[in-house]
Design a protein around this ligand. Sequence first.
Ligand code: JSK
Length: 447
Amino acid sequence: MTILQFPKDFKWGTATAAYQIEGAYNKDGRGMSIWDTFARIPGKVFEGDNGDVACDSYHRYEEDIELMKQLGIKVYRFSVSWPRIFPNGTGEVNPKGLEYYHNFVDKLLENGIEPYCTLYHWDLPQALQDQGGWENRDTIDAFVNFAETMFKEFAGKIKNWMTFNEMWCSAFLSNYYGNHAPGKRDIQIAVDVAHHLLVAHGKTVSKYRELGAEGQIGYAPNVTWNEPYSNKQEDIDTADRGRAWYVEWFMDPVFKGSYPQFMVDWFEKKGVKMNVQPGDMEAIHQPIDFLGINYYTGGVVKYKENSDILDNEGINVGRDKTDIGWDIYPEGLYYVLKFITDRYGQVPIYITENGACYNDEPKDGIVNDEGRTSFLKKHITQLHRCIESGVNVKGYMCWSMMDNFEWAYGYSMRFGLVHVNYRTQERTPKESYYWYQKLIKNNYHEV
Ligand SMILES: N=NNCCOCCOc1ccc(-c2cn(C[C@@H]3NC[C@@H](O)[C@H]3O)nn2)cc1
């Protein structure tokens, strides 16, 4: 047996997001979000599921935090529901919204769990969408106002902030593919939204610095690792585009102050304009304290003209898949983190999401989700490989603490370490929960 020892102060944790677990969609003054609207459009979400109740964590957070404490996590990544704080996106603050998150964060701190707060995890107030949403540059300042309110209100309590979760999803999955809210299918809108999200990120980091807020700030892009189907240059170039669409597109502007030129040229060839205003790139290019990385899967791609915006066709090479159909490719985590470190330097990295969908149900009170445990073992082994090869990894947050609303898949896909019975709201720690509990306690993994 080999012992893979993790650093003494390594931050083991779990992650969730407001719309996916809270429920209480119309409770205590919360305004509507674009996901409340989108989920109500017939056909958008599996079986018409929505986040009206979800895991009812708005009312059950004390029970959930007890499960976190028993798990032994050091950090917990959650998101704040913007429409719970500003029901109309801007203007009057909702005191009951602030009260909820104060009670929640206080309970985390009482239990020795460090809060890691994501400000934007896709639930844009519908009132702002009615004004154009992220297509409208005014939303940038609305977001900075929301962030500033949170920084001031939770000063000294929350010391770890992320501006945006998975900008690629908010821009392209939501406005090019149309699978997520608001469900548009226009590449120009998607590229404009991506840019506005990046500007909002940069202006928020500047505001955080201006306030002299205690703690650290970063963001959490989602990444993938694409490999070419053959050694043909067209396939190699396609794999590069596939990676760059997630990695360089959202990291070069932050770390280098410019978009990757080969991708700008590609998009312009496809008729997309770059609507960058004077000062935008300088606004985006602000030093951050850490980089969150969400990694789930990698793929093999080949060139296929006009297949989609990247002329990119995914190829099934027979890798094992999770229950949501994503390839299991742990080595991809190593390759993408090495690529990021080589390109952007030793920025501190937290794995802010990594996990697997397995839809095992309880049998006699036990959820034998061996697929998830196997997935975690393989990815944590690769994470150790990253650390050994000089990648500055500071922590790992498993997605997810509990089964929850998996967006367009509704409640049909389960990523949790804890099973949720959505009819009774009963929580059942899965076997993977107990494996992760032991890993955290030992701070090493035996292979
Ligand atoms: N033809 N159209 N095809 C559809 C388009 O496919 C292209 C790729 O689509 C994607 C890409 C990425 C994801 C995804 C989902 N999660 C899981 C969540 N992370 C944040 C948290 O909330 C979790 O729930 N992370 N990444 C989904 C779909």
